[in-house]
Design a protein around this ligand. Structure first.
Ligand code: FAD
Length: 427
């Protein structure tokens, strides 16, 4: 099968076969059950934030694009007030009144009228703190009424029928305007991807592979949970794996040789997020995973510890220290570009014309942004080094960053498992 990938993942000293074995036998089963727990299944998201780049995309009317949001009483008590934040002032309701991406003057002006001077001061401090924290993506303001809790288990990522000009514009904008690429590579061109990577530096190749790996993962899920029409008047449409769709998207013949490379990019993305989780392990091991239900929270804490032990024992991790090396000025410039391009991709997610796709697109991009923050923000993580050497600040993650990182990694893990399934179905 063309999907029987072998050898090293590009730019990593890790073999695909080893990742298959780690993921399919150990990681996937543990993670699957962890992601069903309350802490991880409720995600707060703004699905009606206007697209900042173009305005003519009408909201999608496809039935399978619909997202069912939670009513107030469905959400666990402890999640409503975010009582588990380690710094209670930071994301207090008052401090979050305004959109985080408004300009500073507007933010302060609006807040001045509504909250106390003390909260104002806290907000200013945290805003400065956040600006210094090198975030790689824009996170929704959790306290606007437009932000709703969604139960991810009730809204699975799968085939929705979202196709044509709208998703093509999104992918085109991501690859053409935000990925680094040599002059000759044109979006969707027939040129082989391997050839087109020539001339890109390691960081630029990594950026492209991350995005391509995410694209592969999204498309694998829609192949695996494809909607087949009802067989007759008495039956209903059913979701299931579609081998033809898988072949169309990933077989070297219809994809002019690019399919297997795109599958391999998924492994690259997986390795990057895996490494971020391992790096953040000392922080995550201290997290309470608070939902207000002591038994549930204890189980989740233990479950996360077991999961972290599994991934920590894997020997061939992605080595992030190889990126942004060399001349400090050049490295810093490259890192700024990398961060800005990625932030732009997080904004493009608000332009996705299918709500279900937007939900999972936003979640996965935020998860990847969190992984990049863990790997490249320069913050040291762990009990003895929680204070950043430069800013004297404590590394921290919001609940939404933890939830998105785990779920994003869960999606990649499920995709790798799906490849094994299609391998069996096509051989
Ligand atoms: P597309 O997947 O749209 O690809 C466009 C072009 O990009 C291809 O022609 C090819 O040249 C290139 N390309 C394809 N894959 C890769 C890759 N891995 N790496 C590099 N280049 C590549 N649909 C659903 O049914 N369910 C979903 O949950 C869903 N989520 C989505 C989330 C987002 C953020 C977006 C933008 C789209 C989503 N879609 C979803 C739509 C889906 O991704 C496809 O766009 C759609 O199925 C049309 O597919 P296509 O065959 O035209 O090619």
């Amino acid at each position: 099968c063309f999907c029987k990938l072998q050898g090293e993942v590009d730019d990593c000293s890790c073999k695909v076969e080893n990742l298959d074995s780690l993921n399919n036998r150990k990681v996937y089963p543990v993670l699957k059950s962890l992601l069903q727990r309350d802490y991880f299944r409720y995600f707060k998201v703004n699905l009606i934030k206007p697209c900042p780049f173009w305005s003519d995309d009408s909201r999608c009317a496809l039935k399978d694009c619909h997202v069912q949001s939670c009513t107030e009483d469905q959400v666990p008590e402890g999640l409503k007030g975010n009582k588990n934040e380690r710094e209670p002032n930071k994301y207090s309701k008052e401090a979050q009144k305004e959109e985080p991406n408004c300009n500073e003057e507007r933010k302060l002006g609006a807040l001045d009228r509504t909250i106390s001077a003390e909260s104002m001061e806290a907000f200013k401090n945290w805003t400065q703190h956040d600006d210094k924290q090198e975030t790689f993506c824009e996170i929704d303001d959790e306290y606007t009424p437009d932000c709703q809790y969604v139960d991810l288990l009730l809204n699975p990522e799968r085939y929705t029928g979202y196709k044509g000009a709208s998703p093509h514009r999104i992918w085109k904008s991501i690859y053409e305007e935000n990925c680094f690429k040599p002059e000759k590579l044109v979006y969707g061109s027939k040129k082989s991807l391997a050839g087109s990577m020539e001339g890109l530096c390691l960081e630029q190749r990594a950026f492209y592979r991350l995005v391509s790996g995410l694209h592969t993962s999204i498309n694998l899920h829609l192949c695996n949970e494809y909607l087949f029409p009802a067989k007759n008047l008495l039956s209903s449409p059913e979701f299931g794996p579609n081998t033809e769709e898988f072949i169309r998207r990933f077989d070297p013949k219809p994809t002019k040789g690019q399919g297997p490379q795109r599958l391999k990019n998924l492994y690259f993305t997986y390795l990057v997020e895996l490494r971020a989780l391992v790096k953040a392990a000392p922080y995550l091991e201290e997290e309470d995973f608070f939902t207000g239900n002591p038994e549930e929270d204890k189980d989740v804490k233990e479950g996360v510890k077991d999961f972290l032990e599994i991934i920590k024992s894997f020997p061939d991790h992605f080595d992030e220290s190889k990126l942004f090396k060399g001349d400090p000025k050049v490295a810093e410039k490259l890192k700024t570009e990398f961060r800005e391009h990625f932030r732009n991709i997080s904004r493009i997610m608000d332009c996705v014309g299918c709500d279900k796709c937007k939900l999972w697109g936003k979640l996965q991009v935020q998860g990847m942004g969190t992984a990049l923050k863990i790997l490249f923000s320069g913050d040291r993580i762990g009990l003895e080094s929680t204070v950043n050497a430069h800013h004297k600040q404590r590394f921290q993650l919001r609940r939404s960053e933890i939830v998105s990182l785990f779920n994003a990694f869960g999606r990649l893990s499920s995709s790798i498992q799906t490849i094994e399934k299609f391998r069996k179905l096509t051989s």
